[in-house]
Structures are given as C-alpha cells and as structure tokens.
Write a protein that binds this ligand. Structure first.
Ligand SMILES: [Zn+2]
Length: 465
C-alpha cells in the first residue's frame, strides 16, 4: 500500500437508550419479540396521525454531541427523506437534513483528532424477511415493523481516518464514550451500533479524493476491520489494472469474507428532502444544554490521562475502555487499595469474568493480599465467593481458614518432612536438577495449602543447601 493513501469517513448509527420509539408511545421491542407486536397507527404510517418528538432521544443525542465537542445550533428541525421501500410504510423516513441537532465536533483517537461533521436524530425502518420457495418459483416476503420508528442517532465523521486499524479504534472509542455518558448501551450484537465506513484510496501526495464506496450495516469491530482491509485491496487492484472505482453501496459477506455491490449510490436530491410539516422546528433551551454539559461524567480521554499518572499504558487501555471497570478501580483506590496491584487484579481477574465486586470488598481483598495474609490462589477463591454472596473478604478468609501460613518455625517442620518423604527429588535437586524443586513445593502445598510460597521456597532451599 505504500503508493496509496487510504481515506475513510464513518457514519455510525446508534440506538439511544429510550423507553419508547422516536415519534410514538410504542415500547422498544426486545430481539425475540413476535413480529409487529410493538406498533401503532403512528409508526405504521396510518393516514391522519401525528408524530410527537421523544425528549429522551433528544437528550441522548445532545449528550453525545456535547461529549463529542460539537456545537449545538439554536434551531434544529426534522425533514422527510422520501423513498419507497416495503420496510418503510409511510413512504418517507423522518430524519434531519440541513439543520441537524449538532455540528463541528471531534473525537480524539490514539492521540489524533477525528473531526465529527454532525450528530443528528432519525428513525429506524422495519425489517423484511424473505422466504423463498425455489421448487414452485413462489417468493414470499414478510415485514416486521417492530423496529420502524425506533430512535437512531447518526454520527458522521469527516474523512479523517487513514487505516482499517484507525477506523476500528474510532468505533471502539465511540462505543466507550456512548456508554460513559449513558446515551446508549451501544451493543453491536444487538444492532445498537452499526458502522458504515466510506472508503477511497488516492496516490500518496494527491490532493483530490478518490471515488469512494460505502459499506453498509457492519455489526462487529472484527467485521469492520476485515471489510475495510478487503475493500482497500479491491480498489487498489481495480485502479492498478487501469479501471475506475464505481461509486456505490456495498455489503460485507461474513461467510465469503468479501464485499459485494448492492446498489449504485443515491444522491441527496434523489430523496427530495423537505421540512417535516407535522413536527415543529425545535428551539433548544440554552439553560437545558448547559445543564446537560455540566452533568456529563468524566470522558474516557480525561479518565485515561488521569489513570496514566499511576498505571502503565497497557493496564490503562483495558480499564479506561470500560466505565464500570474504571469506576471500580478509582473507588477501590480511594478506599486505600494499592494502585498497580489493584489494576492488575481488575485486568486479570475482573475483566475476563465480568464479575464486579463492590469497591469496598475489592479494597479489603487487595489489602489482605498486599499484607501477605492470604495467597493469590486463595485470593481468587475469596474474590469469587465475595462477588457471589456479597460477604466481605475478611469474613470469608476467617470462615475458610484461608489465612496464609508464613510462620517459619511452623513451616520448617513441614519442609523437613517433605524432604524426608521425597528422597529422590531432594537428591536430584542437590545434583543440579533445579526443576525437582517443583515436586517438593507441590508436596508442601498438599500438606499446607495456604503456605506462603515465598517463605516455603526459601526454607526448602536452605535445607537442601
Ligand atoms: Zn408506534
């Protein structure tokens, strides 16, 4: 790729956390809901009905926009985007065209700023289910309108991303940010965050952009990364063979690991946008916006910078990517837990299991470990039991007799017995086979499960010398 520069812009559709749809009182259907059970006259597009704007969706959009450093214009409005498709019973989608809810922001990713063009609100469409009968050449399609009218935020970046890695990192950072401000759960598996990268390449040093293609509805970070790599490679081959890239929308096939053409790109004029006559333009209350701004929690970039004062970058990357882990870490440390050891525990024990202890219990556990009262193995059992039962680590240690045996005179008797019982291993060790120590330590642990491994090891070494 050395001759070519990759240029990627990203549209990300995010479902904000709301109880109801964008313009009606219907609830948000869970994934397994029977088709068409979360619908009403408004989202079915019956004649004569009127939409009403969902304030919670507006609030989620504004919080996202503020966290992305966007300007919030005084006036905003909704527009009709007209097109005919069976998953869209009204014949138009309510979206925002020339006066979006926010503009001109940025998100910092890996130390550089990705400009955000706009964050606006719109509604989702329904879903078509195609059931074919090849034998009789009969084709049937069904429509499920549970998703029709579900709120969506569209976050549009400028073409500031320069590789598949950057595009993936951008999407991941966006997910962390959305969860941090509480705007969306942003769960890609549930379709709450869908990425649509537009991709072009140009000769290094060229000023004009190449012709771009847009990949639709990518629903995992892995797919996003692979789809971009594939598409960049495909465009390079097209251009190097003297052909031209066609501006079009393409899909990504997970099975075949390739992109494929879907339809040639529409242009804005095809949609005949016009202001939605059934909704009033919005004049956003400045005091409300300032209140939302003040209410924003620490953003991931701020938290990351703060954590870097105490912790190595590898630990910070894991902890700062998840608000719950970061909250847990900072609360436990505030309660006297040691910084690096606690971060280690969160990265190695809490993050993989997803089992969150209370900050109090984690701090207590870390102090027990740090003071040598229990071994790391015992610590793991105490942690799991504490998370399950909510009881304090100190109670569990006392009850199970987990307290570590560090007393030298007590352990010396055991170490002598171990050497007597394993004459071959002892002889091997003395003859220079260092790995024979493992058998001796294993026998010692069998006799005293909570022996302090460091003290026990030193005693065996002393006795074998
Ligand atoms: Zn409805």
């Amino acid at each position: 790729m050395s001759d070519w520069e990759v240029v990627i812009g990203m549209e990300v559709h995010v479902q904000p956390t709301t109880k109801s749809k964008m313009f009606c009182g219907c609830g948000i259907a869970p994934l397994n809901a029977p088709p068409n059970t979360y619908t009403c006259e408004v989202c079915l597009g019956m004649p004569g009905v009127l939409p009403v704007i969902n304030k919670a969706a507006v609030e989620a959009c504004l919080k996202t926009a503020l966290a992305l450093n966007c300007e919030i214009p005084r006036h905003t409005k909704f527009d009709r985007k007209n097109y005919m498709y069976p998953d869209l019973p009204k014949g138009y989608q309510i979206s925002q065209y020339d006066l979006p809810m926010s503009i001109n922001g940025f998100l910092e990713v890996g130390g550089h700023k990705v400009r955000i063009r706009r964050v606006h609100l719109e509604e989702d469409t329904g879903k078509l289910i195609h059931a074919g009968d090849k034998l009789h050449k009969a084709w049937e399609s069904y429509v499920d309108l549970n998703r029709a009218g579900v709120p969506l935020m569209e976050i549009v970046s400028e073409p500031d991303l320069r590789s598949a890695d950057e595009a993936r990192d951008y999407a991941m950072e966006l997910r962390t940010l959305l969860r941090t401000v509480g705007a969306s759960e942003a769960d890609m598996e549930k379709g709450q965050l869908r990425a649509e990268p537009n991709i072009s390449i140009r000769r290094r040093g060229a000023i004009e952009f190449g012709v771009k293609t847009e990949l639709k509805n990518i629903n995992s970070f892995r797919a996003l990364h692979r789809a971009i790599l594939y598409e960049v490679n495909r465009q390079q081959q097209v251009l190097e063979s003297g052909d031209a890239v066609v501006q079009e929308t393409r899909g990504w096939s997970e099975q075949e690991e390739r992109t494929f053409p879907q339809r040639s790109k529409e242009f804005a004029e095809d949609y005949r946008y016009f202001p939605e006559p059934d909704l009033p333009p919005l004049e956003l209350d400045r005091a409300w916006i300032e209140e939302l701004r003040r209410g924003l929690p620490d953003l991931p970039s701020v938290r990351r910078a703060r954590l870097l004062n105490d912790l190595p970058a590898g630990q910070v990357a894991v902890i700062a990517a998840d608000r719950e882990l970061a909250d847990l870490y900072e609360s436990a440390v505030a309660k006297g837990a040691p910084t690096v050891a606690t971060a280690n525990w969160i990265v190695n024990e809490v993050a993989p299991t997803g089992k969150l202890p209370s900050p109090e219990n984690l701090a207590e556990l870390m102090k027990l470990l740090q003071g040598g009262a229990i071994t790391r193995d015992s610590g793991r059992e105490v942690y799991l039991e504490s998370v399950e039962t909510g009881r304090t680590p100190a109670e569990i240690v006392a009850e199970h007799g987990y307290r570590q045996v560090s007393d030298e005179s007590e352990l010396r008797v055991i170490a002598e017995a171990v050497i007597d019982a394993n004459p071959k291993a002892a002889a091997d060790y003395r003859a220079g086979k260092k790995q024979a120590m493992q058998a001796l330590m294993a026998d010692l642990r069998k006799r005293v499960p909570h022996a302090n491994p460091k003290v026990a090891n030193e005693l065996l070494l002393k006795l074998l010398a």
